[in-house]
Design a protein around this ligand. Structure first.
Ligand code: ARG
Length: 571
């Protein structure tokens, strides 16, 4: 709220845009210097003046307001001092709606996330999509958008053809009953070994590089499936049912929900219709073998993107063409976000280019949020395949380790909440595009920038409130004069929250909220170590501090909720 006011004042005077100012405004290293600072050297080239001069000029020009008490020039910086009493009054009044806004006006945001491939277990790449997508759903909802989460199951494609072949040859019915995910994985791995292709992690979508008689058998099965062959279809249904059970277990554990779960295969026909239109319009061409392609870069004849296989079956992009058009028809979205591994960025840029060339205006509303790899260092996780790290294994092992840690520390706390929170946090604190270095220590440590540290800070605040004798601290008078530096620092941090949520939505970046939560807890812990909260002597000061602790809890609770991380009253 105060930063917003600083931006407003600067917008008029500097004629810089809001978005630029958000990133330029700094927090001075020492609060004595001010609460916010604007570095004037940014303008010195344009204004042809020394930065110090510019700062002096602005300091005279910009008049203080109710929120911003005074504005001073210090060297090349223009420093702003907020009205501390007013800040405190505002922060003490917040409730569970704190940070919500009406900004989104119920505009629809479609988020395509998680999207595992049936028949294969979810791997660690899907975890990132699932956790990021779920957090975005929560953020947009909080900002009053109408988010629609779609789980676009990979229920067709060559891997399904492979599985059908394997199912017919090697299925162990008993095993399928006992451990459906495990048995399907065994079949898939066995097929890949015969075909001598790799069971790869990460960029799943375009996987058909091996080409031999085994591959041809898989392609034939896929063709039969698309033609509606009864026997093949029945096997496909069994595979879908078995793997759906496995996915649901993971979604329950992560507490992730979707508005819609629709398989890719539903869009094969629509996709093919679009391919025909592209051919008619001369946007696409047909090869001698029947495959259809679009040259996505006009200047580069090698930039062929195949949108229909030579045997006339739909491929990944065929279905995505159909799905995009159908989704726009159904939702008239204002924004659509695909959350996948960055290695699919070529796929999505081709998809957007083709749709745009076909004349679909909604293409400008589509975004690909590509994310980096989750890396496991030298730690070896026992996995059933050797080179794929399974999501379920990672989650179970983290919960197990959380249990050990809680026992070792002789603390309370729910291992599932701690373990799942730790995994979500280590994923979300990293900018999506960056790789995540995963280790049990770094995820589960109770100190540092980790999930457990944040949950622990929350529990600490709760226990202070519980210990207070004065249960009516929210009603009585509080002392607002002569605020301590640590109190002010915490008040300022809390007041940044609404702005951070807006930015996270704008930039599709939950890491902003994650790292903000960490700073918020640091600020709280400094306050806690330096300002005794409970006191029999100064009741008005105690009331102020208790209310600050309470406001901190509310803010952290809301922030963690946006990350899908649960809090505990005791830990
Ligand atoms: N199933 C794909 C995979 O596992 C991801 C699908 C993403 N969504 C989409 N509309 N293409 O790689």
């Amino acid at each position: 709220m105060f930063k917003e006011e600083v931006i407003k004042l600067l917008e008029k005077e500097t004629r810089l845009k809001r978005e630029e100012l958000i990133n330029l405004i700094e927090i001075p290293p020492n609060p004595q210097l001010g609460d916010f600072a604007f570095p004037c050297f940014i303008l010195s080239k344009k204004e042809k003046k020394a930065p110090n001069q510019i700062a002096e000029h602005f300091a005279k020009q910009i008049k203080p307001t109710k929120e911003i008490e005074s504005i001073k020039a210090t060297g090349p910086y223009l420093n702003f001092f907020i009205n501390k009493k007013m800040a405190a009054e505002k922060i003490l009044k917040i409730n569970s709606n704190y940070g919500k806004s009406s900004l989104g006006k119920k505009h629809k945001v479609v988020i395509d996330f998680s999207a595992p491939n049936i028949g294969k277990p979810m791997h660690i790449g899907h975890i990132r999509s699932t956790i990021l997508g779920d957090s975005l759903m929560r953020i947009y909802n909080f900002l009053n958008y109408d988010p629609i989460g779609i789980n676009y199951l990979g229920d067709t494609g060559l891997h399904i053809g492979k599985l059908i072949v394997a199912y017919e040859l090697w299925l162990d019915k008993q095993a399928l009953k006992k451990d459906p995910v495990g048995e399907l994985l065994r079949l898939y791995v066995k097929f890949c070994a015969e075909e001598k292709s790799k069971v790869e992690e990460g960029a799943d979508a375009d996987e058909e590089f091996t080409n031999n008689e085994w591959t041809d058998r898989a392609k034939d099965k896929l063709k039969l499936l698309e033609l509606g062959d009864k026997k093949t279809h029945k096997i496909w249904e069994e595979i879908e049912k078995a793997s759906g059970k496995g996915f649901d277990k993971v979604y329950d554990l992560l507490n992730v929900n979707f508005s819609e779960t629709t398989g890719q295969s539903k869009f094969s026909q629509k996709g093919k219709d679009i391919v025909m239109i592209a051919l008619e319009k001369g946007i696409a061409r047909r090869e001698a073998d029947g495959a259809v392609y679009v040259q996505v870069d006009k200047t580069n004849p090698d930039s062929k993107k195949y949108i229909l296989r030579s045997n006339q079956t739909a491929s990944y992009i065929t279905q995505d063409l159909g799905a995009a058009v159908e989704r726009y028809k159904k939702y008239k979205f204002d924004k659509m976000i695909y959350v996948t591994d960055f290695r699919q960025s070529g796929h999505f840029s081709a998809l957007f280019t083709i749709l745009k060339t076909l004349g679909y205006d909604f293409t400008s509303k589509m975004n690909h949020l590509g994310f980096g790899t989750v890396k496991f260092g030298n730690e070896i996780i026992a996995s059933r395949t050797g080179n794929i790290i399974l999501l379920e294994d990672v989650l179970n092992k983290t919960v197990e380790k959380a249990k050990e840690e809680i026992k070792k520390r002789k603390t309370k706390g729910n291992p599932t909440k701690v373990g799942v929170g730790a995994v979500k946090y280590i994923i979300l604190k990293n900018e999506p595009i960056k790789d995540v270095q995963f280790s049990w220590e770094s995820a589960l440590s109770f100190e540092g920038n980790t999930g457990p540290y944040l949950q622990y800070s929350y529990a600490r605040a709760s226990s202070i409130i519980k210990k207070a004798k004065n249960k009516n601290f929210n009603k009585g008078k509080v002392k607002l004069e002569n605020l301590d530096n640590f109190e002010v620092a915490l008040i300022k941090k809390i007041s940044d929250f609404p702005e951070i949520v807006i930015q996270a939505g704008d930039k599709m970046n939950p890491a902003l909220i994650a790292n903000y939560s960490h700073e918020l807890c640091q600020s709280f812990n400094e306050f806690y170590h330096n300002c005794p909260v409970l006191s029999d002597k100064d009741k008005m000061q105690e009331a102020l501090r208790l209310r600050l602790v309470d406001s901190f809890r509310t803010t952290l609770q809301n922030a963690l909720n946006l990350l899908g991380i649960e809090t505990m009253e005791e830990m």
